[in-house]
Write a protein that binds this ligand. Sequence first.
Ligand code: ADP
Length: 164
Amino acid sequence: MERSLVLLKPDAIDRGLIGEIISRFERAGLKIAGLKMTWPKKELAAKHYTEDLAQRRGEHVRNLMIEMLTSGPIVAICLEGVEAVEIVRKMVGTTEPKAAAPGTIRGDYSHVSFKHADSKKMGVYNLVHASGSVPEAESEIAVWFSPEELHEHKPGYTKHTIAY
Ligand code: ADP
């Protein structure tokens, strides 16, 4: 069984989309192993958006993302399921909202391009973060959750999906 980390970023909370987004994951039969609302400080945001992001997208993008993540409360969710990392990424859609397919969270609730965000010198607001790989999920879950905040329960709906 695999776990993935999802963050509902401040734009998702600002737009009142917490319930809609979480219900998509529940509907797919993924188990919610942990869930919390928190308003991160810069140190925590920097642990999440690491040097790796600066190397891939540039230091300015990392700084914009840290600023964005500390601008309001976020919802952190640990999801569990069969190959959950890949499944959750598929449901979230690609990074650039313009390119995200309809039916994905980013494709259904956002549309802007990298070009537009760059012209405004702002981060791309794409509502959610989802872990990119299993090792990344492990380290990201540890950033946001202590072991006792993650639960080993088996909610009824998972009988038909995960079949523990
Ligand atoms: P993902 O969140 O899809 O894994 P990345 O880890 O590459 O994507 O980037 C982290 C976040 O940084 C993205 O979700 C997006 O909000 C933002 N971002 C990425 N590239 C840019 C960019 N060129 N300009 C502004 N924001 C960006």
